[in-house]
Design a protein around this ligand. Structure first.
Ligand code: KG4
Ligand code: ZN
Length: 374
């Protein structure tokens, strides 16, 4: 196998193609990063697989891998064409190398390797979570350090983001991910897939005080989350209800309020921990990322707590909250600019914690198990 070329980091700007295929979105994006850190997003193509997975009420890994195989090539072609760039002008190829559903990750990473090798360009194997973590920098100046609430279908974490590749986990879920709780709530009530947007739409018509639900972990002195009990309580409330549209709306609204309250309480705790690990002279920033960051009630509540605790609040536009390749191209470009490239034999990794070894330590809450969702 040929060695990956050394990157030319002295360039004024770097043009990077990014690929994303770790879950159920096949995506490609071309982005130019200037030496001052500013970016031009030249294309951002996302093909959702919602239609393929809808009949099953959740993402089916085998179907996802086959769909990525089918969609990746045309999506890459479209991203290059939309960007109006020549293949030779590309300075590096970035792809999600994990964590995620391994069939999809392999598809995207192998595609990136093939392109990088045949063009003689550097490969950047990007951690999907780093993509989410940097996503606010696609549209806003968002200097390090910042406190990040990363909430998606696969992960729920609170991280201190100190720099590229420098992450400290302040808290994480001990069971389900937040997006999973939304998806399962939707599934129990037959609201459709993907669950988050459906729950939000039903919640708009419901009474958030209508059904009494738990707020797991509230008041604890660590910043871990737990969502499994809330999910079970929702299933019980649904079984006990008359299963009318009013019940659907009330349970959706009550669930959304409960999970938001639980997340805000944990964010409040993490703000204190974050202040302890950053300089008091730093302007504190709170950033939210991941698919669940699209939730309107969560965004409004985060804005409120940020104002109350004197943090700036940054939330990416909705199109950059869910999985996309622009965030992978950005992480790739930032890595390339820092001279951080990967071998052409970089592995695809189903598990890949952002905070490395530290991720293996026991949850601060003292119970639960650190799994792929944490
Ligand atoms: O980041 P993402 O696209 O994929 C993963 O990396 O997991 O997140 C997908 C998750 C799903 O669980 C979906 O239901 C949730 O984000 N989601 C939402 C909303 N939009 C998407 N959850 C709550 N409210 C929303 N508006
Ligand atoms: Zn994601």
């Amino acid at each position: 196998m040929p060695n990956a070329p050394k990157p030319n980091v002295k360039q004024d700007s770097l043009l990077v193609l990014g690929l994303e295929s770790s879950c159920d979105e096949t995506a490609a994006s071309v982005l130019r990063r200037h030496a001052d850190g500013s970016i031009d997003l030249l294309s951002n193509i996302v093909a959702s697989q919602d239609e393929e997975h809808r009949p099953f009420g959740g993402v089916v890994p085998e179907i996802a891998a086959r769909a990525h195989m089918r969609k990746l090539d045309p999506i890459i072609g479209k991203a290059i064409k939309t960007a109006g760039v020549d293949w030779n002008a590309i300075d590096g190829i970035a792809a999600t190398a994990g964590p995620g559903l391994i069939g999809g990750v392999i598809t995207g990473l192998m595609g990136a390797k093939g392109l990088a090798m045949s063009l003689g360009k550097p490969l950047i194997a990007v951690n999907h979570l780093e993509g989410h973590a940097l996503s606010p920098r696609l549209t806003e100046e968002c200097p390090f350090p910042y406190l990040l609430l990363l909430v998606s279908g696969g992960h729920s974490q609170l991280l201190s983001v100190r720099g590229l590749g420098e992450y400290e986990r302040l808290g994480s879920t001990v069971d389900d991910a937040a997006g999973e709780a939304f998806d399962k709530t939707a599934k129990v009530m037959g609201l459709g897939f993907p669950g988050g947007p459906q729950v939000q739409a039903w919640a708009e018509r419901g009474n958030p005080e209508g059904v009494k639900l738990p707020r797991p972990m509230i008041g604890r002195d660590h910043a871990d989350f737990s969502f499994a009990g809330l999910k079970t309580a929702v299933a019980r409330a649904w079984e006990a209800s008359d299963q009318s549209d009013t019940a659907k709306a009330d349970i959706a609204a009550s669930f959304q309020r409960a999970i938001t309250d639980a997340m805000i309480d944990r964010v409040g705790r993490a703000m204190t921990l974050f202040r302890n690990v950053t300089s008091e002279h730093d302007r504190a920033r709170l950033v939210v990322a991941g698919g669940v960051a699209a939730n309107t009630e969560l965004r409004a509540s985060l804005k409120q707590i940020a104002e109350a605790r004197n943090f700036d609040f940054i939330a990416p536009p909705l199109k950059f909250c869910g999985d996309n390749a622009a965030m992978i191209a950005l992480a790739g470009a930032e890595r390339l600019a820092a001279g951080l490239i990967d071998d052409y034999n970089a592995p695809a990794r189903p598990r890949w914690p952002l905070d490395g070894e530290a991720a293996k330590s026991a949850p601060k809450s003292g119970y639960g198990k650190k799994g792929p969702k944490s």
